[in-house]
Design a protein around this ligand. Structure first.
Ligand code: HEC
Ligand code: HEC
Ligand code: HEC
Ligand code: HEC
Ligand code: HEC
Length: 486
């Protein structure tokens, strides 16, 4: 080698040049494609001839669970037009690979069987169209949370085992919270008792959404919960989201676990808009029972949002004059940050109006204009996504960091101070404050719905000619009057 110092140093230079690249690629988010054959979805499937079952078939024997689930956001996860619009954009921007990541969570059985091959609803079996179906949860036989690229639950890191081969052919096995009773499964399936179903880990793999390649946590509901006070008292996702509104409020207020008989398959969260749109579609299709169920879910989501937060107002005086008002926003009943999940899309903000005793407005912030736009100085609680170039971005294949992340931790609060300077003669200041919520910025919603695949006709299915102004829910309201001098 010493005879070819030049060649050697070239090789060395090449190795050094390559080394940082290799080190970066292999160091933090390493993964094994054989272990995760559906990558970028991290679902594993114990494949056998035992098939997945469409929810309506399970509903033949489990009518109550089926009725509760049908109309939940889980049942809508694949049909969801906002999802279909975003998926369509994603496939056009980064190619087909990314669809597996999305579908792994939005239609797990459809993805692993290869039936769902991208955006669109045409020609799909009821199983594939069923979104987060019964089998997504009741065929879940384990999780691989610690083997993932991030070593955290992410992108569907669970194992599906709908059944096994047996001498008589395929044998279905469904897993649930109970020790199997005699005759469990009615001859249709075997039963297995599963501790996983009594843990938040079973929700974790889908409620930690990571960038498909950079593994940046776009949605981190599970970890927000795990790192907060509800996890410490073993109040799980199920204890707030698989029960009715009164039971959820009890679990949240007093850390009381629901009794086994109180669990329901509502999976009710905050997405009143999706329930509302789907109810319109069901009514149009002539399915009154489904439409009623969806409107019940709509009302539950609004009630849940109205339970989540409280406002407190206080004056700040300087040299005897009112100088600021302090608005404290408390997360009183969300088991995770408020808002959670798609924090760079959801909008939660303060609207404040201050008037003097004659009714003259002396301060206003956060009022929507006629086009559905918020003024630039609005105090929002959510996040802003950014891509690798530090530019603002919304799409989940672009966002690899947050330039701002401002949500409220469970049982925590944030304070906003508004400067105010009432004119000399003013005696008192009357404040009206609202905490408001909507699913998205008006323009973001319009762009996603404009991108739905061709076989989804928004007019025909939902009766939508154009995207209406998104409805807003007032989560909390508070009024107070403070003397201008003190
Ligand atoms: C997102 C996950 C998930 C989905 C989807 C789901 N389940 Fe469940 N299911 C659970 C969990 C968790 C429990 C345990 C609740 C508890 O703690 O008692 C459960 C309990 C059950 C039970 C036991 C009795 C009861 O109601 O507690 C049956 C039966 C059942 N599910 C059937 C179904 C059927 C049928 C469907 C589809 C129509 C379905 N499940 C969809 C998670 C799910
Ligand atoms: C790890 C599971 C997971 C993956 C992977 C995933 N999602 Fe989701 N997605 C969710 C969950 C959970 C929600 C609900 C969050 C909420 O309600 O705030 C959601 C919500 C959405 C919504 C909002 C729907 C609405 O009605 O407001 C869109 C749009 C969406 N996802 C698109 C995508 C696309 C496109 C991809 C792939 C690039 C993707 N998702 C990948 C779990 C996932
Ligand atoms: C032929 C009727 C029949 C069908 C179809 C059926 N089940 Fe069951 N299942 C039963 C019976 C009976 C039990 C015993 C407990 C009960 O009566 O709820 C049971 C129990 C369960 C349990 C509770 C298991 C436990 O020990 O905690 C789950 C979960 C479950 N079924 C899920 C499903 C799912 C998911 C499907 C569709 C893939 C399905 N079942 C289809 C009859 C059926
Ligand atoms: C103490 C009760 C409580 C617990 C525990 C809880 N949640 Fe929630 N969750 C809420 C409330 C209240 C809301 C409505 C306010 C909001 O959007 O955060 C909500 C909203 C949500 C949303 C909708 C977010 C949006 O704005 O679209 C999702 C998704 C969700 N929760 C999932 C989970 C998961 C997954 C877990 C477990 C890791 C969990 N929750 C634990 C109370 C709870
Ligand atoms: C296979 C993936 C998967 C699993 C497992 C799963 N979820 Fe979900 N969940 C989703 C997706 C995807 C959505 C959003 C669908 C959409 O908005 O289009 C969702 C939505 C929700 C919502 C409604 C959010 C809203 O904005 O209203 C709640 C609540 C929820 N899930 C709770 C749970 C709980 C509790 C568990 C565990 C018992 C669980 N999920 C397990 C994929 C999953």
């Amino acid at each position: 080698m010493s005879r070819h110092p030049f060649a050697f140093s070239l090789v060395l230079a090449a190795l050094i040049a390559l080394a940082p690249g290799i080190a970066l690629a292999a160091s933090v988010f390493d993964f094994d494609r054989e272990f995760y054959p559906f990558y970028p979805s991290l679902i594993k499937w114990n494949k056998s001839s035992a098939p997945f079952t469409p929810p309506a078939d399970c509903g033949g024997c489990h009518e109550k669970q089926y009725r509760e689930w049908n109309g939940s956001v889980h049942s809508l996860a694949f049909h969801d037009p906002v999802y279909q619009g975003e998926l369509n954009k994603g496939v056009k921007s980064v190619g087909h690979e990314i669809a597996r990541q999305c579908e792994g969570c939005h239609s797990p059985a459809g993805m692993v069987t290869g039936e769902v091959k991208g955006p669109g609803l045409k020609g799909l079996s009821p199983l594939a169209a069923a979104g987060v179906s019964c089998d997504a949860c009741h065929s879940m036989s384990g999780v691989t949370h610690w083997q993932t690229p991030s070593h955290e639950p992410e992108n569907g890191s669970f194992i599906l085992t709908p059944g096994v081969e047996s001498r008589g052919g395929p044998q279905l096995i469904k897993r649930g919270p109970y020790k199997p009773v005699e005759g469990c499964g009615g001859g249709f399936h075997d039963c297995a008792e599963s501790g996983l179903h009594l843990q938040a880990d079973m929700c974790a793999s889908c409620h930690q959404v990571y960038h498909y390649d950079a593994h940046f946590p776009l949605e981190a509901t599970y970890l927000e919960w795990k790192h907060g006070p509800y996890a410490q008292k073993a109040i799980l996702c199920q204890d707030c989201h698989m029960v009715d509104t009164a039971t959820f409020r009890r679990a949240a207020d007093d850390f009381v676990k629901p009794a086994r008989g109180e669990y329901r398959h509502y999976f009710n969260g905050a997405n009143y808009l999706l329930h509302y749109l789907a109810a319109g579609a069901a009514r149009k299709a002539g399915d009154k029972e489904l439409a009623d169920g969806l409107m019940k879910q709509y009302e539950m989501a609004v009630a849940r949002l109205k339970s989540a937060a409280e406002l407190e107002l206080a004056p700040v005086y300087r040299e005897g004059r009112l100088a600021e008002v302090r608005v404290r926003v408390k997360n009183v009943r969300a088991g995770h940050n408020l808002p959670t999940s798609l924090t760079n899309v959801r909008q939660m903000w303060l609207e404040i109006t201050a008037r003097d005793e004659a009714g003259k407005v002396i301060l206003a912030s956060g009022g929507l204009d006629a086009k559905g736009d918020l003024p630039a100085d609005t105090r929002l609680f959510n996040s802003d996504g950014m891509g690798t170039d530090f530019h603002f971005a919304v799409d989940p294949w672009v966002v690899t960091a947050f330039s701002r992340h401002d949500t409220i931790p469970p049982r925590g609060y944030k304070e906003v101070f508004y400067g105010i300077s009432p004119a000399g003669g003013v005696k008192e200041v009357r404040l009206e404050v609202k905490l408001r919520y909507r699913q998205a910025d008006q323009h973001v919603a319009e762009s996603l719905l404009a991108a739905v695949p061709k076989d989804l006709d928004l007019k025909e299915t939902y009766g939508l000619d154009k995207v209406p102004l998104l409805p807003v829910v007032d989560m909390a309201e508070q009024q107070a009057t403070f003397p201008a001098k003190h």
